[in-house]
Design a protein around this ligand. Structure first.
Ligand SMILES: Cc1cc2nc3c(=O)[nH]c(=O)nc-3n(C[C@H](O)[C@H](O)[C@H](O)COP(=O)(O)OP(=O)(O)OC[C@H]3O[C@@H](n4cnc5c(N)ncnc54)[C@H](O)[C@@H]3O)c2cc1C
Ligand code: SF4
Length: 330
């Protein structure tokens, strides 16, 4: 590992000032992703600014009738918090499907949003990778791409976003609160937080340099009865999703009043299925409705050489997640 300076910020302003003064500095949350990447020589910050101890670790009601999750609260405390389990069980279920208890105890909510892709070419420094080193090419585009994207990719990058938590946040419709270098707060709609590769595949999000994530804002809960997070993976623990589906349904008199639906493992960002949510609104739940929803969700899929299986798997996963969500609260 390369040498770096360690700075312990006592308050947000200290953290922001340190980040503004050194453009190769990085914030350090629980370190469960960043330190691994530094050991692999993929990330090379010259300074780590410790933010995990800043006082943004509360989980509390907010003015939207929802809840605020502090960015520095850890994933275990968030997923197991009684208010989150009761009001946002979809989020708890997704978070508890990730990694292991030990990693969730260390991982912060802010760090989870910014965890980097698990594309093997990104981790292997002898291989070309535009995300790790601009202009070197994409090893996965014509290489081993069974785990990669079927939506939103281009020749610059075909990677997928790895977080389970983020798929549930996309389905629920969250916001991200950040503090800018000048101390001002900015709110980013969750669907605009992560980005597609475009011609800047090294950029995973629309955060500006030095911005500090302080909180995640959840809207008024509407999917607390009918919800399901389906994660399909190569083994049942300690593995990232091949495909995942976060499904929430709000039922009124036997009809779907609202749907929240997003997929993981299919794109460079959590893939919110806005058209499918609209399609489901006002429908009676049934096998055929859910199958039509799945067809609609997958109609623009563009699989790569090795991941054609994701299209059929995605359809089946959507039908199963919606069925489980509906039956769970019925
Ligand atoms: C073996 C293993 C298995 C895993 N399995 C899964 C899985 O199945 N599903 C899943 O979703 N995840 C999985 N993970 C990933 C894990 O969830 C992430 O590593 C974790 O959430 C990152 O949080 P952290 O606080 O440790 O972030 P860090 O590693 O500290 O930081 C990650 C990034 O976020 C930045 N950052 C941190 N906090 C802030 C902030 N407040 N503001 C701005 N920038 C910030 C850092 O600079 C860094 O760039 C796994 C990890 C491991 C090691
Ligand atoms: S898919 Fe993206 S992360 Fe993977 S090799 Fe290509 S550019 Fe790198």
């Amino acid at each position: 590992m390369r040498p770096f300076v360690y700075t312990q910020a006592q308050n947000p302003q200290e953290a922001l000032s340190a980040a503004t003064a050194n453009e190769t500095a990085k914030y350090l949350g629980g370190g469960t992703n960043l330190i691994d990447l530094m050991k692999e020589d993929v990330e090379r910050p010259t300074e780590l600014i410790e933010v995990a101890d800043l006082k943004f670790n509360e989980i509390k009601p907010n003015s939207r009738g929802g809840f605020t999750l502090g960015a520095m609260a850890n994933n275990s405390d968030t997923a197991n918090h009684p208010d989150i389990r009761k009001n946002y069980p979809l989020l708890s279920m997704a978070m508890l499907s990730a990694a292991t208890a030990q990693i969730r105890n260390m991982a912060t909510n802010g760090g989870n949003l910014l965890q980097r892709t698990r594309c093997p070419y990104f981790y292997e420094t002898s291989m070309p990778c535009n995300k790790r080193e601009t202009g070197t090419g994409c090893g996965a585009r014509n290489g081993m791409n069974a785990l990669h994207a079927i939506f939103g990719w281009n020749d610059h990058c075909v990677a997928v976003h790895p977080s389970d938590m983020c798929v549930a946040l996309a389905a629920i419709g969250a916001n991200v609160q950040v503090q800018q270098a000048n101390g001002q707060l900015r709110t980013i709609d969750f669907s605009d937080f992560h980005r597609l590769p475009g011609d800047r595949p090294e950029k995973d999000t629309n955060l500006q340099p030095g911005e500090l994530i302080t909180a995640i804002e959840l809207p008024k809960p509407v999917f607390s009865d009918h919800y399901y997070y389906l994660k399909i993976r190569e083994r049942s623990s300690y593995a990232f999703a091949l495909i995942s589906v976060a499904a929430g349904l709000q039922m009124q008199s036997g009809t779907i009043a609202n749907a929240g639906l997003a997929m993981g493992g299919v794109a460079h960002k959590p893939w919110k299925l806005t058209d499918v949510e609209k399609y489901l609104k006002g429908k009676k739940p049934s096998q055929s409705t859910f199958e039509e929803a799945a067809e609609l969700a997958m109609k623009d899929a563009k699989p790569l050489e090795d991941n054609k299986y994701k299209v059929e798997m995605g359809k089946k996963a959507i039908v199963r997640a919606l069925t489980q969500a509906y039956e769970r609260g019925a």
